[in-house]
Design a protein. Structure first.
Lengths: 398, 300
């Protein structure tokens, strides 16, 4: 009896590490533990084409880019911790446990601090973080509305731009939401590469986001962003050899999101319409190394466009359906014998439909079908995915 | 580049409210905006982040709210983790140092009252439980009175030039509230001991005040929608109990309470959980007038 009473007393401490201000009369030391949350994410995927041969004609992909693993697979298991450091700073860490070919590795996704007490609506963030360009870029994979990233994000940002550096942002004191921001980053993340050769400041961004309410039921956000990156010896494999690009890679993005909920009550019925357009300009020198023929060096100018449009509809509490259309286009001028990744013989496109069920805010099961015309041949894809969120309550981002 | 310059110019043009403007109060729920207006009158401009039709658990940190928190002098919310999904994010994104927790510009109403339903066990298999206790404190008028006292002090601290006006605004409200409370207390006396079923566990403070006995909820677990299996179980349970009324708030799905009412001959009512949620509940006085009147109405 005595033990049971004690256990009941201790349990809240163990489980609510989210709360830093809990029970001030207890001196246990762990009341100041950061908010901890764990995301379990896994899927089953089936493809009608061989996923090994995945490519996007006209685009050189990052070495790790590709389709989610075929068959049963564990996706990133994400452990996040956050807390106010003191009255001036807030700290955040997400570490992803990843399994590739039987090896488990830990990757630091985001590790940054941001200021809480700068005057005039200013904020500085420093560390490694997902850049605030675009709409989807700063959103973690487990909060996406589809299992996979839009083709334009995959092709031009390797799923999302994440890098070490510093961000300055400013919220304008107006009735309309206006956020201006700039980032200076190391330049190690695709489409940048070899940040060290650019003195560790090989990428920078500028962004502006606007937003507001149209009524109690409808809200919107729109933005324009630009990423300017140095690619220093950005290498990629292709069928018959190796290709390396050195030059500049600039991505311009426009995003728009419209959300509607019946009576403004997103618990019952809502829809979200979301679209982003990305345009990338690459300019520099290409080195093509084919073992039998040696190196060939020549100029390369790439002009690439991509967009996606998607709609999500929650038609009854807990049940949602979604539809997405993706398209890419590339016009590359190459002064050497064009290697496979740069040949734009086909405009990649894809249609996706999904439905998901969320028993509570903390769990989600999803079925997604893609008719993927990334390659000239159609790939029919089926993905079943689960997402489980344990621990501290997640943030409801717009 | 030109676009960005234009945007910056535009931003400055729309920036900065004039110095004589009212004290900007950002509240998370309509009842606190109503309370700030009762005490501050013309001196405050109080706006609620949510409407009475919105479930405050399910709000997103949308751009308009970030813009409002950016300009707020006081952020007044229920607290007790009711807004845990969106308020911390709003506060972090708005870049307003004066309304961060611990600053005079940040106030949670739940700090002024004793919370009920503190869970002995925290486990999400029990639903969306709130570790600090039940956050739906506004349905007990005595709690409103306690929050009012704390709010009057806070307004005077933030706007010392008008401290006397806040004090007299509070004194006036307090006198009217006390006399209304006496009236309501007399009216609810006969209701003591009545059994009720509620949709969500959102009425425990009202039950505690009136002396109602909650024998069940339409939600199987807090935050989970009413399921057929759970309703069937509840229906069976209610056969042996004398339940006076089924209570829900306006943002909760009507189907479950209608279903149960049709099969049990227990009437269901929509009580105002906040100001503006049903006709007549136009201010805090109206809200409790409607609650007391609705509960006191004779039923078949």
């Amino acid at each position: 009896m005595h033990f049971r009473k004690r256990a009941a007393h201790v349990a809240p401490f163990l489980l609510s590490m989210a709360s830093t201000a809990l029970a001030q009369d207890q001196v246990t030391g762990n009341a100041f533990n950061p908010a901890i949350s764990l995301i379990l994410d896994g899927h089953y995927a089936s493809y009608s084409l061989d996923p090994e041969g995945y490519r996007l004609p006209g685009f050189e992909l990052d070495a790790e880019a590709g389709l989610p693993t075929e068959g049963f697979s564990l996706d990133e298991t994400e452990l996040a911790m956050s807390a106010n450091v003191d009255d001036k700073y807030y700290g955040f860490l997400t570490a992803a446990l990843e399994q590739t070919d039987g090896e488990t590795s830990i990757e630091v996704e985001e590790a940054y601090f941001e200021t809480l007490a700068l005057p005039k609506g200013l904020k500085i963030k420093a560390g490694q973080f997902l850049s605030d360009i675009g709409y989807l870029n700063p959103i973690h994979a487990h909060a996406w509305d589809f299992n996979d990233t839009p083709l334009a994000y995959l092709a031009m940002l390797n799923g999302g731009y994440k890098d070490a550096g510093v961000q300055l942002s400013w919220i304008v004191p107006s009735t309309l939401f206006v956020q201006l921001g700039a980032e200076l980053l190391r330049g190690d993340s695709f489409p940048a590469a070899g940040g060290a050769a650019s003195d560790g400041t090989g990428a920078s961004t500028l962004f502006v986001h606007f937003g507001g309410d149209v009524s109690d039921e409808a809200s919107w956000r729109a933005g324009i962003s630009r990423l300017s990156a140095d690619a220093n010896d950005r290498a990629a494999d292709f069928d018959s050899g190796l290709v390396s690009f050195t030059g500049t890679s600039d991505v311009t993005m426009a995003d728009f999101v419209w959300k509607w909920a019946k009576d403004g009550n997103a618990r019952d019925r809502y829809y979200v319409v979301q679209a982003e357009y990305l345009r990338r300009k690459e300019d520099g020198e290409l080195t093509v190394s084919v073992p039998s023929a040696g190196d060939e060096i020549g100029p390369y100018v790439g002009t690439q466009d991509g967009f996606y449009v998607q709609g999500i509809y929650q038609f009854r509490p807990r049940w949602r359906v979604g539809l997405r259309y993706d398209r890419l286009e590339a016009t590359n001028e190459i002064g050497v014998t064009p290697p496979t990744p740069f040949v734009a013989d086909h405009d990649p496109n894809r249609i996706s439909v999904m439905t998901d069920f969320s028993n509570s805010e903390f769990s989600r099961l999803r079925l997604q079908l893609n008719r993927d015309d990334s390659r000239p041949e159609t790939d029919d894809q089926v993905v079943v995915q689960y997402l489980m969120s344990l621990g501290a309550h997640g943030a409801h981002r717009f | 580049m030109k676009t960005i310059q234009m945007l910056i110019a535009f931003a400055f043009a729309t920036a900065a409210a004039p110095a004589w403007a009212a004290l900007e109060v950002f509240t998370c729920e309509p009842e606190w905006a109503a309370l700030a207006r009762e005490i501050g009158g013309e001196l405050v401009n109080a706006e609620s982040a949510t409407t009475p039709q919105q479930d405050p658990h399910y709000i997103q940190a949308r751009p308009s709210l970030i813009a409002k928190v950016r300009r707020a002098r006081l952020v007044l919310c229920t607290g007790a983790d009711l807004e845990v999904g969106w308020l911390p994010l709003l506060l972090r994104q708005a870049g307003n140092a004066s309304v961060q927790p611990g600053q005079p510009g940040y106030m949670t109403a739940s700090d002024s009252v004793d919370l009920l339903d503190k869970p002995a066990r925290l486990d999400r298999s029990l639903g969306d439980v709130h570790p600090y206790g039940n956050p739906h404190i506004q349905t007990d008028p005595r709690n409103i009175g306690q929050v009012a006292a704390a709010l009057a002090e806070r307004l005077a601290m933030l706007d010392p030039a008008n401290a006397a006006a806040y004090q007299s605004g509070y004194a006036d409200f307090e006198a009217r509230w006390q006399s209304a409370l006496e009236r309501w207390t007399a009216a609810i006396a006969p209701l003591r001991g009545r059994q009720v079923v509620t949709h969500h566990k959102g009425w425990v403070y009202l039950e505690n005040w009136v002396g109602l006995v909650e024998v069940g909820n339409l939600e199987p677990k807090p935050g989970l929608p009413a399921s057929a299996a759970h309703l069937a179980e509840l229906l069976e349970q209610l056969k042996t109990q004398q339940v006076a009324v089924i209570i829900r708030s306006v943002y909760e799905d009507a189907k479950a309470s209608e279903w149960l009412a049709a099969r049990t001959s227990i009437p269901y009512v929509v009580l105002p959980h906040t100001v503006g949620s049903v006709p007549g509940a136009d201010d805090l006085f109206g809200m409790f007038d409607v609650i007391v009147k609705t509960l006191s109405e004779p039923r078949p």
